[in-house]
Design a binder for this molecule. Structure first.
Ligand code: F0G
Length: 385
């Protein structure tokens, strides 16, 4: 029974769209919830109250496999022969992997120029995906891939795809399972295209409806300061889900402003360098269901947190550390109490995006300047330990 060996499909009853014999799996979702007391100290949590949900053990090295196995399953059910995505690197690595392992369809990938770490790009290339680099960034690539897949009838696997969201609910099922179904107080997750946060909200709403949990944890979504659309709209301008009628004018005005300023997303956390998250409205719904908050953290805060995660845990890529940096900020604000049980999601493997890590820890000034010099970031004293 191969479904039992998938950390996603063993929750098949809660992810109901595909008959068991149609499900695609390569053994995704074998992940780990780690109690991290060194990181708890850094965040300001009481010992024993900070957990890291490490998604880097997925076959392609990030949480994306949780959703890709589901989108890929659905694509196969529809008879698709080609699947496409725009990506900052992890979605594309995941799609390329499912394509090469299963041979069920051809993968086509759109990336922004110079906007992807070599670790992730090398995965797409080696797995044999057709990889197209566009002038522009992720937001531009997302617009293009939507046009192209629609006009050529190619199956789109970005998290705008609802089946991705279905699979990613399993991250929360596994967190709850590891906590013996005792609901934590907080789930803290980095926000990029906002697929994860949307999926988590949906998971908790459904579990509550089914009577499998008696309360819903609070959700904190953490933007990088250089890619903070959700934070701007939710915390600064008061955008809310409001029974499915979020204020579209607030959104379109904000995007018009970005266009006017020619503003581009910019952060060392390349995975979440996104200004126009495709799941913005679904995420508002999740924030509504989970009494959510949104914060933004600087590149410095991200790199400092990442170094702590590496020193006191399994490690992660820069975007993932936004969750820990965000938890620290919320603790400092008093929004998170030291006695709250907090789960930070580590979305990707430490080896995914090593350039910034090496620069952060180097004692070679030139090497540091090449990568981080223009970012107003300093090596923390911690780097010289
Ligand atoms: N962390 C990592 C490591 C990611 O790769 C991403 C998204 C996120 C966090 C943000 O998650 O989109 O669900 O809010 N990466 C996408 C990609 C955009 O193309 O790989 P989200």
């Amino acid at each position: 029974e191969p479904l039992r060996f998938s950390g996603v499909w063993r929750f098949h009853e809660l992810i109901q769209f595909a008959p068991a014999d149609k499900v695609v799996t390569v053994g995704e979702g074998q992940t780990l919830l780690q109690q991290a007391n060194e990181v708890a100290k850094f965040v300001g949590q009481n010992e024993g109250n900070l957990y890291l949900q490490y998604e880097g053990m997925n076959p392609s090295g990030s949480f994306k496999d949780n959703g890709m196995c589901a989108a890929f399953t659905h694509a196969h059910m529809t008879g698709a022969k080609r699947a496409a995505c725009a990506s900052t690197g992890n979605t594309s690595a995941s799609l390329a992997m499912y394509s090469s392992v299963t041979r069920l369809m051809k993968a086509i990938i759109f990336i922004g120029s110079g906007k992807i770490s070599y670790g992730k790009l090398s995965q797409a290339l080696e797995y044999g995906a057709l990889t197209i680099q566009l002038a522009g960034d992720f937001d531009d690539a997302m617009i293009r891939v939507k046009e192209v897949s629609q006009s050529l009838g190619i199956y789109l696997v970005n998290s705008i795809n609802p089946f991705r969201i279905e699979g990613q609910k399993s991250v929360m099922f596994r967190v709850l399972e590891a906590l013996r179904w005792e609901v934590p107080d907080w789930i803290v997750v980095p926000g990029g295209n906002l697929g994860n946060s949307s999926a988590f909200g949906k998971a908790f709403q459904e579990l509550k409806l089914l009577g499998l949990i008696d309360r819903i944890p609070r959700l904190a979504v953490i933007n990088a300061a250089g890619a903070d659309t959700l934070h701007q709209l939710y915390e600064r301008r008061g955008l809310r889900w409001q029974d499915g009628q979020p204020n579209n004018t607030l959104i379109s005005d904000y995007y018009a402003e970005l266009d006017h300023r020619k503003a581009k997303a910019d952060t060392i956390a390349s995975a979440i360098e996104i200004n126009r998250p495709v799941n913005l409205k679904k995420c508002l719904r999740a924030l509504d269901a989970c009494d959510g908050v949104v914060r933004k953290v600087t590149d410095q805060e991200i790199l400092d947190a990442k170094a702590q995660v590496g020193a006191g845990g399994i490690g992660c890529e820069p975007a993932s550390a936004a969750s820990v940096a965000g938890a620290k900020l919320l603790r400092a604000e008093g929004v998170i109490a030291p006695s709250d049980r907090v789960v930070c999601i580590l979305t990707g493997h430490q080896l995914k995006d090593p350039t910034a890590t090496v620069a952060y820890h180097t004692t070679d000034q030139e090497q540091f300047n090449n990568v981080l010099g223009s970012r107003g970031v300093s090596r923390a004293s911690f780097a010289n330990r």
